[in-house]
Design a protein around this ligand. Structure first.
Ligand SMILES: Nc1ncnc2c1ncn2[C@@H]1O[C@H](COP(=O)(O)OP(=O)(O)OP(=O)(O)O)[C@@H](O)[C@H]1O
Length: 276
């Protein structure tokens, strides 16, 4: 759970470092979005109301996403996981002073620049018309840069696709292959953060494992910060450094993946019990 009392000067028992390993320290200095080198994305009191609904979709989300970690987001259907994720690259406009990237309020940033830094993959990849190479070149081309063949091959390789995919037509690929092309296309923008909304739920176990391996590589080799919504608790346990559990628009638990059994919130417990 969120600790709002930790004082960085008083860390004699090392608890701050331990918490840092797993994410999330909210302390007095940074409560209102101050800068902290370890924090890539800071979310403060993020609330979303929706027309025609009595209860807000998100209710005061507070969390720090640490640089270079994989954060898993789990929770019952309709708990607000996708809505939370979509705020982070402004697919909806969060209120000012609620989401910060490297200490900058994201609503003050150029939205296209933000989306280049904070890439996103969805459940079903949507490739553009044309070849795989055309798809991968798309983002840099918008900024006037044409990737060389060699650069495209490197991105294919990074996404675990062999060279033969270069000239294939995007619409002729399997969903698993298309998802890896979508990943390569996102990586072509040199993102710092990846938002993943159930990226493997339409894939078979082998394609799922391929994507998971690539994500682990991106974390360790590129230092990417990855936030992943998944309905598979096993998947989250395989790859996440920390797990946030959402219930009714609130983060009710933040735990290391091997400590989910220590959840205390009754709805979280029920959800975990039914999901295992
Ligand atoms: N633009 C919107 N307008 C109105 N209601 C919305 C909007 N977007 C989402 N909702 C509602 O907000 C709630 C949370 O939706 P969201 O998709 O974020 O949940 P989720 O946890 O990702 O669900 P799932 O696991 O089923 O994908 C749902 O009740 C949904 O119907």
């Amino acid at each position: 759970m969120i600790s709002d009392t930790l004082n960085p000067a008083d860390d004699s028992d090392g608890i701050r470092d331990r918490l840092r390993e797993h994410l999330l320290v909210v302390n007095e200095e940074t409560k209102n979005g101050g800068v902290d080198d370890h924090v890539k994305i800071r979310i403060r009191n993020l609330t979303k109301f929706s027309d025609g609904k009595e209860n807000p979709i998100l209710r005061g989300i507070n969390v720090d996403i640490l640089r270079g970690k994989i954060v898993g987001i789990i929770g019952p259907s309709g708990s607000g996981k996708s809505t939370m994720l979509r705020a982070l690259n402004r697919l909806w406009e969060p209120p000012a002073e609620t989401v910060f990237l490297d200490g900058h309020d994201i609503v003050d940033l150029d939205v296209l620049g933000l989306r280049r830094k904070v890439g996103m993959l969805f459940q079903i990849p949507a490739l553009f018309e044309g070849t795989v190479a055309d798809n991968i070149r798309y983002g840099p081309q918008l900024r006037g840069k044409r990737l060389s063949d060699d650069e495209v091959h490197k991105l294919l390789n990074l996404a675990d696709l062999d060279s033969s995919f270069f000239s294939q037509i995007g619409s002729e690929l399997s969903v698993g292959q298309a998802q890896r092309v979508a990943l390569a296309r996102t990586l072509a923008n040199a993102p710092e953060v990846l938002l993943l909304d159930e990226p493997t739920s339409a894939l078979d176990p082998i394609s799922t494992e391929n994507i998971e391996d690539v994500l682990m590589k991106l974390k360790t080799k590129w230092g990417l910060t990855i936030i992943m919504v998944s309905h598979s608790i096993k998947q989250i346990q395989r790859i996440a450094d920390v797990v946030c559990l959402l219930v009714d628009g609130e983060i009710v638990e933040i735990l290391p993946p091997d400590k989910l059994s220590e959840a205390k919130h009754p709805m979280a417990l029920k959800f975990l019990e039914l999901s295992s």
